[in-house]
Ligand binder design. Sequence first.
Ligand code: SF4
Length: 249
Amino acid sequence: MQFRRTNTAVRALIRWGRVNGREFPWRTTDSAYLLSLAEVLLRKTRAEAVTAVYKQLIHYYPTPHELLVAPDVELSGIVGHLGLPIERLRQLRIVAVHFATTERSGPPPLGPYATSAVSLSQGGFGAPVDGNIARLMGRVLGLRLDRGELRKNRAVQSAVSKLFDVAVHRGLGREAFHALLDVAASHCTRSKPSCSTCPLKPQCHWAKENHSVPRRSRSEARSRARVEKSLERSPPVNPWRLSGHRLLP
Ligand code: SF4
């Protein structure tokens, strides 16, 4: 299951993103090291809350070599208030070791979402699916949101993959990724999606089912009109006779 018109969806996302997209400092870098730091901070955290911490982190540790020798207590002081301190520290160590001890320029092993996100942000292929993207895509495709974990749903993963493949082939992978994240955060919220201004509304199942009265097809309308006309012409029918019952005197 996919978008009915993937090219149209990509175009709509790009157009919307160029006017309404959010700006974050990590969205302008190609460095796999800096993008990986951002992904560690963004984990289960609102992007707006991450900006100041990201700036501080790259100010003190602009290279992986500096991060590699940073004491835990210093790192905790910077990233601790975002939550998940132990997990974030562990992942920052993975990032430091990955880039400082080898000449690698690709993403470190931080899991499928971060790997895809860094790859797309560097102009490569990827299909990152987090909770917000999964919810949006589940609604677009008309899937039941209460069934299983949508992030792992194959239809969701395949639709996201197709969307970004098309975007990357047109040199728009990074822009499409940012726009999809922003539409998911600003429009396709958990409790109250704002479908009327969503760029994906024309292709979205959920918007059609929940926000408009389904229109009758022409043939349905014609046959209904025929039935109504014939009812007008016919004399009223006694239901008792039709069903074989006798009328009581
Ligand atoms: S149209 Fe509504 S439900 Fe569909 S993706 Fe946009 S905000 Fe979400």
